[in-house]
Design a protein around this ligand. Structure first.
Ligand code: AMP
Ligand code: MG
Length: 416
C-alpha cells in the first residue's frame, strides 16, 4: 500500500538530523541556524544614556518649570555620543547631551531640547513632560551573561544585529547541506541545446532549474549533476559525483515506464529503499531511501510533480539538516473560489493563488492543473490541499492551503 503524505513525511524525516556545527564569520551567517546559545559578555547598553538630544538635569531642580515660569540652569558642558561627561550634576546645573551620550552622575532626567531655549552656557527649561524620563539605563537590553540569541534561532537581520552588538564575530551554526541534483531523460537538453527544442526534438530540463533553485532557496548549496540519458551505466557513472553530498535529488525515471531505471540503479548501488509511491496527486511515484549516510529523494519527472514533491518533502528535509525547528511552510484555512471534482481518493495539491478579501483568505485555482503545466506553478503562491476523503469541493468551502514563498504575498500597496 502506498504511503499517505503524512506517513511519507514521517518516514523521510525520521532519520534526518541537523548537520555538523561549524563556525562562520557573522557576516556570512545570514540564513543559518545558531547551534549554541550566545551570551552577552557585556552590559548593553554599556552606560546610562540619553534617548533624546537635550539637557541632563535633576528632576527636583526643574519640577516647577513651565512656559510662563521657566527654570534657568547653568550648563556645565556638552557631551556628544561617543564622549564621556567630565562633571556630575549638582544643584541648578545641567549638562547638554546628545542622543546616545552617557547621562552624567546625579542626573535622573533628560529634558528634550524642544522644551528649552537650546542655550549653550545657560538653559531655560520650559516644560517638564520629560520629568524622570529619557534615560536608558545601562544593561537595559542585555545584562552580562544573559542569552542574547538562543540556540536554534534562524539568523536574520535582527539576530545579526544583536550578535554584532555582543561581539560575536564568528558564530556556531549548522553546516549548509550540499544537495546534488540530477535530471534523467533522453528527451532533455539544457538551454544551450535549445536548437533541438526549436526543431521539436527535445525539451529543456526545467526540473534542473526548479529543483536547484528550490534547494538553494531552502538554504542548501547545490551540486549540479546535470542531465543523464536513460541508460543505467550513465546513471551509475553520474551518481558517483554525488559522493560526499548530504542529499541526492533525482528527477524522473521513477515511474513504471520501460526506461525508468532510477530505482533499479539506486538499488544496485545499495540504497536502503524506505518509501515508494505516495497517495497524492501530483507526484504519486516518489522514491526515498538511504544510500549509505546520504538520503536519496527520487522525485517524479513531471515538472509540477517534481516541484510539489520537493516542496513537501525535500524542503523540510533540507531545513532539518540546517537545524531549523520550523521546517514546514505555514498552512492556513482558506475559502475556495472554485468548484472542484476529484477523480481519485488521493491527497490533492492544487496550484492556487491565495488573496485576502473582506471575509478573509480566499484561494483561486491557477487554471488547468496538469502535472506537466509548470506555468500553473509559476502563477501560484499556494498549494490548496484537498484531503483524500473529499470527492467534491464546492465554491465557498474551507480548505487548507500551504503558503509558498514570501514574494507571492508581497503587496503593491502599503496597506496598514
Ligand atoms: P518520467 O518521470 O521520467 O517518466 O517523466 C515524466 C514526464 O516528465 C515526462 O513527460 C518527461 O519528459 C518529463 N520530465 C522528466 N524529467 C524532466 C525534466 N528534468 N525537466 C522537464 N521535464 C521533465
Ligand atoms: Mg523519464
Amino acid at each position: 500500500m502506498p504511503s499517505s503524505v503524512h506517513e511519507a513525511l514521517e518516514q523521510i524525516l525520521s532519520g534526518i538530523e541537523p548537520l555538523a556545527v561549524e563556525h562562520v564569520p557573522l557576516r556570512a551567517s545570514l540564513g543559518r541556524v545558531l547551534a549554541e546559545d550566545i551570551r552577552s559578555p557585556i552590559e548593553h547598553p554599556p552606560w546610562d544614556n540619553s534617548s533624546m538630544d537635550g539637557y541632563a538635569v535633576r528632576a527636583d531642580d526643574v519640577a516647577t518649570a513651565s512656559a510662563t515660569a521657566p527654570v534657568r540652569l547653568r550648563v556645565l558642558e556638552t557631551v556628544r555620543a561617543g564622549q564621556r561627561p567630565t562633571r556630575s550634576i549638582e544643584a541648578s546645573t545641567a549638562i547638554r547631551v546628545m542622543t546616545g551620550a552617557p547621562v552624567p552622575d546625579g542626573a535622573d532626567t533628560v529634558i528634550r531640547v524642544e522644551d528649552t531655549d537650546a542655550g549653550v552656557d545657560n538653559v531655560e527649561i520650559r516644560d517638564v513632560r520629560d520629568l524622570r524620563r529619557n534615560v536608558r539605563p545601562r544593561g537595559e537590553d542585555l545584562r552580562v551573561g544573559e542569552v542574547a540569541v538562543t540556540a536554534g534561532t534562524a539568523i536574520e537581520a535582527a539576530q545579526l544585529g544583536v550578535l554584532a552588538s555582543v561581539g560575536a564575530g564568528t558564530v556556531p551554526v549548522y553546516r549548509r547541506p550540499r544537495v546534488a541534483v540530477m535530471a534523467t531523460g533522453d528527451e532533455l537538453v539544457d538551454i544551450d541545446g535549445f536548437d533541438a527544442v526549436r526543431r521539436g526534438d527535445r525539451i529543456v530540463s526545467s526540473n534542473s532549474y526548479t529543483l536547484m533553485a528550490a534547494a538553494q532557496a531552502a538554504g542548501a548549496d547545490v551540486v549540479d549533476l546535470g542531465i543523464v540519458e536513460d541508460d543505467p551505466a550513465a546513471y551509475r557513472e553520474r551518481l558517483a559525483r554525488a559522493a560526499g553530498c548530504d542529499l541526492l535529488v533525482t528527477s524522473g525515471g521513477v515511474s513504471v515506464g520501460a526506461y525508468d531505471f532510477t530505482k533499479d540503479v539506486l538499488r544496485e548501488l545499495g540504497v536502503d529503499l524506505r518509501l515508494w509511491r505516495i497517495r497524492m496527486r501530483p507526484g504519486a511515484p516518489l522514491g526515498f531511501g538511504m544510500l549509505g549516510a546520504m538520503p536519496w529523494l527520487g522525485l517524479p519527472g513531471n515538472p509540477v510533480s517534481a516541484m510539489v514533491t520537493f516542496e513537501l518533502f525535500g524542503r523540510p528535509l533540507i531545513r532539518r539538516q540546517l537545524g531549523h525547528a520550523r521546517i514546514f511552510r505555514p498552512a492556513i484555512d482558506v475559502r475556495t473560489r472554485d468548484d472542484i471534482t476529484l477523480a481519485a481518493p488521493l491527497t490533492h495539491f492544487f496550484r492556487a493563488i491565495v488573496e485576502w478579501d473582506a471575509s478573509g483568505a480566499a484561494a483561486s485555482l491557477t487554471g488547468p492543473q496538469g502535472s506537466g503545466l509548470l506555468t500553473s506553478m509559476a502563477r501560484a503562491n499556494a498549494l490548496l490541499v484537498v484531503p483524500p476523503e473529499r470527492m467534491t469541493v464546492k465554491r465557498g468551502e474551507t480548505l487548507r492551503a500551504l503558503l509558498l514563498g514570501e514574494t507571492g504575498y508581497a503587496s503593491a500597496t502599503f496597506d496598514i
